[in-house]
Ligand binder design. Structure first.
Ligand code: AHG
Ligand code: MN
Ligand code: MN
Length: 319
């Protein structure tokens, strides 16, 4: 296992050396993502300030118009990933249709992403993130995005928290890197992340309780009786990050109003399910494994339940 403090670029290259047939293009694709993440992180750090500076004439000190951070993050992702040439197609929460970059014609991969997750938390200085999911290019059209989650070649997220972290997996476990802002490098801080077998926390928006199905209501009542504690940030990245480290369960179920739940399969549920399973946990819609769901639409939603094995197994007995 790589040593704590190993720089992300070196780590990616060392991982690649373990696969003699690897061409290196996935490694380079991940490096393009890392750069985009660093640029977004620097904008997130300036978020409050940019707004204040922008208020006077709607422009900042560079004379640029001040943009909403989720729009800006989307532009940074699209531009960097397109220019890298490694991606044949890109799908984003912020774009109705996929983008097929001119420079990506020979790209072997496609990527779906949520450029800024938890964006309602920006104004109150609470953790936000970026989520990504990478598959191989297959036919060369929009249907390439309709591959199951268990076919992901890489998935991960960046959490802009008290420090910035990048957590990802290429299918051989999950590793977390913390950005050292003084040198601008992501350094290995959380090697081989594993969810505890069982946790002490449940995480979901309990204001939706009246709209849940009966089984879920009984399950959450049961967790309270068992002495569980509740933690809910309202940024999926931050809530899943805590769940990966501390265990327990995170849910965004369906309710009377949102029959399919709220979270999007391709760039929220599926990459997070991949990470959680790679870290020894489980992820389900309540009816089937999230990684086995056959996508039908780019922005499709699914109910999400993920976390430690014991909690998910128990939940399934209630549903
Ligand atoms: P986004 O900011 O990308 O639209 O995602 C918001 C999502 C997700 O981050 C979070 O888990 C969920 O919305 C919170 O929803 P509620 O406010 O309904 O709890
Ligand atoms: Mn989101
Ligand atoms: Mn978003």
């Amino acid at each position: 296992m790589a040593a704590i403090g190993t720089d992300l670029n070196r780590f990616i290259l060392e991982e690649e050396r373990r696969y003699p047939n690897a061409t290196g293009s996935l490694s380079l694709a991940l490096t393009a993502l890392e750069t985009a993440a660093k640029i977004i992180a620097s904008h997130v750090r300036m978020a409050g300030l940019a707004d204040i500076l922008g208020m006077a004439g709607r422009t900042n000190i560079q004379g640029e118009e001040v943009q909403k951070l989720d729009v800006l993050s989307n532009e940074i992702m699209v531009q960097h990933l397109s220019d890298s040439g490694y991606f044949y197609a890109l799908a984003s929460e912020e774009l109705e249709e996929p983008v097929f970059p001119e420079k990506g014609k020979d790209g072997k991969y496609i990527i779906a992403f949520d450029p800024l997750d938890g964006s309602s938390n920006i104004d109150v200085n609470v953790n936000i993130g970026t989520i990504f999911s990478i598959h191989r290019k297959t036919h060369g059209g929009v249907e390439d995005f309709f591959q199951q989650g268990d076919r992901q070649v890489a998935a991960g997220y960046i959490v802009y928290g008290s420090s910035t972290m990048l957590v990802y997996s290429t299918g051989a476990g999950v590793n977390g890197f913390t950005l050292d802002p003084s040198v601008g490098l992501f350094l290995l801080s959380h090697p081989g992340m594993r969810l505890p077998e069982r946790g002490k926390t449940y995480s979901l928006n309990e204001s939706n309780y009246p709209g849940w199905e009966e089984g879920l209501r009984r399950y959450v009542d049961h967790l309270k009786e068992e002495g569980y504690t509740s933690r809910y940030i309202g940024s999926m990245v931050a809530d899943v990050h805590r769940t990966l480290i501390k265990g327990g369960i995170f849910c965004y179920p369906s309710d009377h109003k949102n029959r399919e739940g709220k979270l999007r399969l391709l760039y929220e549920a599926s990459p997070m399910a991949f990470l959680v399973e790679q870290a020894g946990g489980m992820a389900t819609t309540g009816k089937e494994e999230i990684l086995k769901v056959r996508p039908k639409a780019l922005h499709q939603r699914v109910p999400v339940f993920l976390g430690s094995r014991r909690e998910i197994e128990e939940l399934l007995r209630f549903l």
